[in-house]
Ligand binder design. Sequence first.
Ligand code: C2E
Ligand code: MG
Ligand code: MG
Ligand code: MG
Length: 286
Amino acid sequence: RAKQEGRNTYRLFKAEMHRQDHHNLALETALRNTAESGEGLSVHYQPLFDRDSGSLQGAEALLRWTHPDFGTVSPGEFIPLAERSGLILPLGRRLMQLVGGQLRDWLDAGLAPPRVAINLSARQFWQSDLVAEVADLYATYRLPAGQIGFELTESTLLDKHQQAAATLEALRTLGCYIAIDDFGTGYSSLSYLQELPVTSLKLDRSFIHGLGQSRGSTAILAAVTGLARELGLQVVAEGVETEAQLAALGEYHVTLIQGFLTGRPVPADAFAAAYLAREPQSENSG
Ligand code: C2E
Ligand code: MG
Ligand code: MG
Ligand code: MG
């Protein structure tokens, strides 16, 4: 009897696995079509503010995907799928074009967009023509130096950090700034920081959420922000949701704040309406 039940459970398990495989395959096919056509892709922008002055200092570009059958699929689902299947390369190229075009539109409209951060996964970072692609992006949309930056995770950079440093250096030369995303969740080997030409650290949100609750989080915050200050790096606190969390960052070396408390990711038009001011005219036309 137990054996029979075991068999049934196993059958259910197999059926569920089959259903999942089927779903993933259908999703991957849909994502492949999307990568080719660009249909259903858009970008949301989330503001980053200077912690002390409150001024707008940046935005993070976050990819959004809506499909006629699957509806809006969260990045938590389609980004890992895109990474596994290699579709992240064409999708990433589309995102860069969307961001470049958007920045050009804003600049042409006399608005003053802040620097925009683009997430790069390992496969994108290690493709041989990345630097050429970014140079092309700056040229095509006539972007001012410093208009675009990138976010990478520790695991992407740690593998081959000497080669990574060369690519980062080339991106820096193009005027890009570089942030290490989800900092504190990965490898805790900090020595690589001084060998890589990065400009900022983004403290992971899991870590911000632990503040004031565990003594460990506070100790790590003190150590990491102290080190960042010594190394001349900016520190971004991401995932700040409450006034209490903001207050807990207190006197530490935290440069920028990003989170639901100060602004959620929103479509480009909403971002411009809420945050972008008209560039002050250099000559007063009266
Ligand atoms: P990430 O780069 O760490 O992006 C921040 C994520 O945290 C975003 O989720 C954002 O909506 C969310 N977030 C921001 N503030 C808060 C907050 O106060 N509380 C909470 N709970 N969440 C907050 P999203 O848009 O779902 O993106 C998830 C991840 O997907 C990103 O994490 C990034 O790793 C990846 N991703 C998104 N767009 C792209 C892309 O264009 N290319 C690549 N390679 N990855 C992307
Ligand atoms: Mg990011
Ligand atoms: Mg992040
Ligand atoms: Mg994250």
